[in-house]
Write a protein that binds this ligand. Structure first.
Ligand SMILES: Nc1ncnc2c1ncn2[C@@H]1O[C@H](COP(=O)(O)OP(=O)(O)OP(=O)(O)O)[C@@H](O)[C@H]1O
Ligand SMILES: [Mg+2]
Length: 400
């Protein structure tokens, strides 16, 4: 039974990590820091923060914003453009974000609230609301003068010693593939370059590589505008540091071999690291994570990821009985991340063999598998996937 009175879980599956638990990424931070410092000194900079899904783009952007505000006199606006489809949506979201994100410096927040008083709605139970009607009416005008709007905001904030802005466009999936967005970014940059004194601005976009390609497709010269900062999977020492730090906030210790199992299965993916960590946190009963807790947590996490990803995507996409039996055979034979096509093929039935190539292609399309470096080698993108398939297969085979 889980202990529900355990206190606050230091794990945040599915949410950017709070600044105090942010770990590693030293090289990427120092590159962003250089740009932040240039903006503090009056320049314009543009960064495209990229990396695969769940690798930590939003978390790094959030951490960089804190750094820019606390150490470099910038004001940060981290906008989640999730459902934005038009430039007017961006304008409205910009104001909404500013009003709804407390600045690290309370005086700054007070000032910005006065500047945007037009959009402040009625006092609500928790804080204040946004006057969406006025926001909607004004949005087209702000879109036409987005840069002057930013500049006015900055002038107002300079009363508090703010020297520049950090504008983060995150979750750009819905808008990156529109010509309007590419042109909006391009004009923002050009307009700023043509000003007598540029607005000191760090423009940061966060998205997977495809989003950047989509934008370049609409406007070739965007390719040259951005410095690309790419985030890769974490190394073992980053993961270890994170787990020790996270558990320590709750007075929990972890033994070395448990730690190395957690890192082995998290495989450098921060998203998986948090899912596993959270499972272990809730299973632990004595504030000491040993091998048994780690293993149970990993199995729970495999189950969770398996139900979400493997069941809903892989199993439901690959309907045929042969596909399922091939998966089962892989689950049994693939003890780690990869398998060789030839080795596996020898254990297949004639019917399965016929479908094997198709199966591999579809698994690749589902992003469950990728080709390895060796000839005929296939690698699972996530170690918990073969583990889940193994568990599921093993369960099917258990005598009733
Ligand atoms: N440096 C870090 N230290 C600790 N945890 C992190 C770090 N970076 C990311 N995480 C955690 O990893 C998970 C994914 O992070 P995040 O949401 O920032 O990734 P993302 O690349 O923005 O994902 P998406 O592509 O879905 O937008 C979250 O649970 C987050 O808390
Ligand atoms: Mg994100």
């Amino acid at each position: 039974m889980e202990n529900i009175n355990k206190g606050k879980s230091p794990f945040y599956p599915g949410q950017p990590v709070p600044v105090e638990l942010f770990t590693g990424r030293m090289n990427e931070i120092s590159r962003i820091q250089r740009a932040i410092s240039q903006v503090e000194q009056g320049k314009f900079q543009a960064i495209f923060l990229t990396g695969e899904y769940g690798i930590g783009k939003s978390s790094l952007a959030g951490f960089a914003r804190a750094l820019a505000e606390i150490n470099y006199h910038l004001f940060g606006i981290h906008i989640l453009l999730g459902n934005a489809k038009t430039i007017d949506d961006i304008s409205a979201k910009t104001i909404q974000t500013v009003l709804q994100t407390p600045a690290f410096e309370p005086k700054v927040f007070e000032n910005i609230r006065n500047f945007l008083a037009r959009y402040v709605g009625k006092q609500e139970l928790f804080g204040f609301g946004i006057n969406l009607e006025v926001l909607k009416t004004d949005a087209p005008q702000i879109s036409r003068g987005y840069l002057p709007f930013l500049n006015d905001m900055l002038s107002k904030l300079s009363e508090q010693g703010i020297k520049g802005l950090m504008l983060i466009f995150d979750e750009i999936n819905g808008i990156a593939d529109t010509p309007e967005f590419a042109h909006f970014i391009k004009s923002l940059v050009d307009e700023n370059a043509l000003r007598k004194v540029p607005v000191p601005l760090l423009l940061m976009l966060c998205g997977v590589e495809e989003r950047r390609y989509e934008m370049i497709k609409h406007h070739q010269s965007l390719e040259r505008i951005f410095d690309i900062v790419e985030i890769y999977p974490m190394n073992d020492s980053e993961m270890t540091e994170f787990y020790i730090k996270a558990f320590d906030t709750q007075g929990i210790k972890v033994n070395d071999s448990a730690l190395s199992s957690l890192c082995h299965y998290a495989q450098g993916f921060p998203k998986i690291m948090h899912i596993i960590g959270d499972a272990v946190f809730w299973l632990d009963k004595d504030n000491y994570i040993d091998d048994y807790d780690a293993l149970n947590g990993i199995l729970t996490a495999a189950e969770e990821i398996g139900k979400k990803f493997v069941d809903h995507q892989v199993y439901s996409e690959l309907h045929s009985k042969d596909y399922h039996s091939i998966l089962g055979k892989i689950g049994r034979q693939c003890t780690d991340l990869s398998f060789n096509k030839k080795d596996l093929e020898s254990g297949l039935t004639i019917a399965e063999k016929k479908k094997f190539n198709n199966f591999l292609q579809r698994m690749k399309k589902l992003k469950a598998l990728k080709s390895g470096n060796q000839r005929g080698e296939y690698v699972f993108l996530n170690r918990l996937v073969p583990l889940y398939i193994f568990l599921k297969t093993a369960k099917i085979e258990l005598p009733k």
